[in-house]
Design a protein around this ligand. Sequence first.
Ligand SMILES: [Zn+2]
Length: 306
Amino acid sequence: MSKTKALLAAALCVLPSLSSAKIQIVTTTEDLAALAREVGGGQVEAQTIAKGYEDPHFVQAKPSYLLKLKRADLFIQVGLELEVAWAGALLTSARNTNIIPGNPGFLDASESCEVLEKPQSVDRSLGDVHPLGNPHYWLDPANGRIIASRIAQRLEEIDSSHAAEYRSNLAAFEKRLNEKSREWALLAQPLKGLGVVTYHNSWPNFARRFGLRVVNFIEPRPGIPPSPAHVQSLEKQMAREKIALILVEPYFDDKLPRKIAEDTGAHLVILPPSVGAVPDIKTYFGLFDHDLKLILGALGKSAAKS
Ligand SMILES: [Zn+2]
């Protein structure tokens, strides 16, 4: 073998390992990472910054995230200022041109999704952490479908050699989502019209999808701690409207919700709003399976109907 041929052969041996390098995805939340894995399959490695058990509004931005962002091919955020307190600064410090807004490696998942509670004008004066509309929109599977499709499109753009694979992963995800959505709709039938109180305003999309009616919040406004006067009027309202269910995100102190449940006789459910909040919830499908079962279980309704 000539020297040139030997060199060429050596180069060809290296090529497969280069082409098999996985697309590096960094997401702000585990829900987005779970959706990215559904459509990216074996071609991607998706990592999240906020863990499912953390309050996504307030995450301690560790320097180790910078390394992940520096190497990322695609960055995906929930947007609508959910991560405004921590993600923007990380992104700037990472100095990775792939993932700056406007480039294909930056994806704001809220675009194209159905966002509820969009305000007429932005008012931050009261400390509201939802100034641009409700950012917990991934809690409706119909939005999950939109997010998955946008991630697939972006992956095709970044890594066109695997476009067919991303399209087929998306088709499989959509098929499964159709099946599961029918199953969840049946499961949720006993919840139609049920009034609930939630700690934070995380659940409008979920409530609308599954027929719950959120009548009030333990926080008077998103991100504002409850005052004794608010709690008192909330308890009066719950008694008046016979509210039997309080939903609390796992990262809030449950002392006050427990007291309210005791005072009013309502059931308290610690309800995870994200994949990874508890070890049981490993996928986007698992999130709705888990949450519907928890609510039905608390109400003593059968979760076995499907
Ligand atoms: Zn929120």
